[in-house]
Design a protein around this ligand. Sequence first.
Ligand code: SAM
Length: 485
Amino acid sequence: MTTYNPRSLKAEEFIHDGEIRDTLAYAEANKNNRELIDAILEKARPKKTETGFVSAGLNHREASVLLACEDPEVIERIYKIAEEIKLAYYGNRIVLFAPLYLSNYCVNGCVYCPYHLKNKTIPRKKLTQEEVRREVIALQDMGHKRLAIESGEDPVNSPIEYILECIKTIYSVHHKNGDIRRVNVNIAATTVENYRKLKDAGIGTYILFQETYHKESYLKLHPTGPKHDYDYHTEAMDRAMQGGIDDVGLGVLFGLELYKYEFAGLLMHAEHLEAAHGVGPHTISVPRLKRADDIDPDEFDNGISDDIFAKIIACIRIAVPYTGIIISTRENEAVRSRALHLGVSQVSGGSRTSVGGYAGYSPEERPHDTEQFDVSDQRSLDEVVRWLMENGHIPSFCTACYREGRTGDRFMSLCKTGQILNCCHPNALMTLSEYLEDYASPETKDVGYRMVEKELDRIPKEKVRQIAEDNIAAIKASNRRDFRF
Ligand code: SAM
């Protein structure tokens, strides 16, 4: 018999099946308990302080009660608080990034992923360094500054040395005014030693989706290959932190298991990182299972509706106010629009999920041969940027925090002391101006500079505002780039 222990470094103790089941029973029993729900919502509401805002967040039990509640009036209140928290901590900025697929060779048997070893219909491809260069130039020409690299797991075709070489190549490319300033990494669970190498290579966030926290299902969904080892996979973030990476990104692949179970597991994982390492997850991703080569999502029983998806996002926002939420182009424009109001702080744009999907293709052309999943939002980055601004969000290409050493708990303290408006806000406006100057269509540029002008007025400190204005003037008048606070 194991007992629940968030501080433990053993998967079965910090993602404790019994605790999840008790949580779900508690949530079900209390889903109409208005007194309790009112108290939970009051706890979650952001409170203004002298230096900024504080929101206590919620533990997995409290958040699970909210997720279980079906009362439309309560759900509206959850949405409202989620948006208040989003605005209090992140303002109206939305960070942009793109995935870069390096290789789809894979030795695992994940039954939901087209890269699984037994799929003989998908062509296998791995980028050479010259191809990485070409992809990076294409991404820089779109305006991207932040990438998430993706790879299947294959110790022979894509060992850690290959990943490190690709990271080096990515950072080395400076095409026109472009550069990639933050490389986040989404590769299979690995050793402390390899995490240290990734840290030394200058990566931003290490991202690894749990796929499912439900061990029995996990073992069935990952029948073969190294990823079959549930404990090794679940304890990966602990090894990453031991290797010196303090920005880690969690995620569940919604559609594989019952969402209430996954939600409790996800929050318990976040609580574990905080309890064991003193810093919670930097981001949480919310991918939903998609159609792909050899994969039919209808064969999985646990697909969730758009309404439930929205509720999950809002409840995550409320539970972990200091954790960024990422939504990818797996979702269409309408779903992403809604999610932006419920707490999402990062979106991908202009994405290709095939290996070598950027270079040599026009915005309308889309290679499907090596694709990982169908992309629902197929708009160009320029269209996504304009759409964000037309809906009141500031597209941000900022990468300053980690480059200034504001990772892990130092980033959290920036949030908590309310310095976002004096730091992240001007950084967003300066990087947006770079985008407008170097890559935007005339229409986007027009909408963008009107937004920049209006938003500069919201910087509280006079001196900071003046510096931001001067830097934006320099961006317009010269090739000077990469200003940051
Ligand atoms: N191989 C790595 C691993 O095992 O974690 C890296 C990542 S894989 C390229 C990125 C993520 O895509 C996976 O973690 C999984 O959640 C997601 N994914 C796989 N198949 C998918 C599908 N059919 N629809 C949507 N997302 C999928």
